[in-house]
Design a protein around this ligand. Structure first.
Ligand code: BGC
Length: 252
């Protein structure tokens, strides 16, 4: 953390590379987030160029936290969802650090970053014990936190529940693809949440992803027992969580 309690976070998604300086006392962005369209194809080198451009535009000289829609171990991407498959096996930390003049970088999964942010500043800030965040988007991302400590790379979107991978059953993209009503989609989400709560017994589920903006249309329809609260940070959670990760020295 800088003397002023600020850190820089970047969230890499299928459509945009977004970043900003974060005030770690409040979890708020210090300026409007900077967004660069994700290059296509989203190869490691092309995305690293976009990251370097973004950090230069922000005129940020220090360490940087960066998310990827991937399992990340010791800085190396092990999977690639919605980005170029060339990421698999790439040492993302070394690549980004080199693109940023050798400065310290940490890289973590996108949903893990959102979980860190919601747990400290957002929807789960008043819950202790186990918090399980799910992001409903093209796939389903997950973050498991116990008293604020992240259990990284949980990948529960790929857990089979009722004979189907959860993200194939209940991602927001499935609702769109199959033209499901909120009632129909909520039935699938409930199946997923019941399966997860019977395995993990979290205190609360945090529902993130774009569809959490319409949470009043579907959270009341859910039939599982654990409380489900909509994410608060919306499109800044990844940036804020990435900034928290570099500040706290989290290396998944
Ligand atoms: C990936 C996760 C990612 C999630 C959201 C899933 O398909 O496996 O790593 O967090 O999508 O982007």
């Amino acid at each position: 953390m800088s003397a002023r309690g600020h850190a820089f976070g970047i969230d890499i998604g299928g459509s945009g590379v977004k970043g900003a300086v974060v005030d770690l006392a409040t979890g708020e962005l210090v300026h409007e987030r900077i967004k660069i369209t994700t290059p296509h194809p989203s190869t490691p080198d092309a995305v690293a160029d976009a990251v370097a451009k973004l950090v230069a535009e922000a005129d940020w000289p220090g360490p940087v936290g960066i998310t990827l829609p991937s399992v990340v171990l010791e800085g190396v991407a092990r999977t690639a969802a919605n980005i170029d498959k060339a990421w698999i096996g790439t040492d993302a930390r070394a690549l980004f650090s080199a693109a940023l003049g050798g400065r310290p970088v940490t890289v973590l999964n996108d949903a893990d970053a959102a979980g860190l942010a919601e747990d400290r500043y957002g929807a789960a800030k008043n819950y202790d014990g186990l918090v399980l965040l799910l992001t409903f988007g093209t796939g389903i991302g997950s973050a498991l936190l116990y008293n604020g400590t992240l259990v990284p790379n949980s990948e529960l979107g790929h857990l089979e529940i009722g004979g189907m991978e959860t993200e194939h059953r209940a991602a927001a993209s499935i609702k769109d693809r199959d033209g499901l009503s909120y009632e129909q989609w909520a039935t699938e989400v409930s199946t997923v949440l019941i399966g997860l709560e019977n395995l993990f017994w979290p205190k609360v589920f945090v529902a993130g992803g774009g569809i959490s903006r319409d949470s009043d249309q579907w959270i009341p329809l859910l039939t599982n027992r654990t409380p489900v609260v909509p994410a608060h940070l919306r499109n800044t959670a990844g940036i804020v969580g990435a900034a928290m990760a570099i500040d706290a020295g989290i290396v998944p």
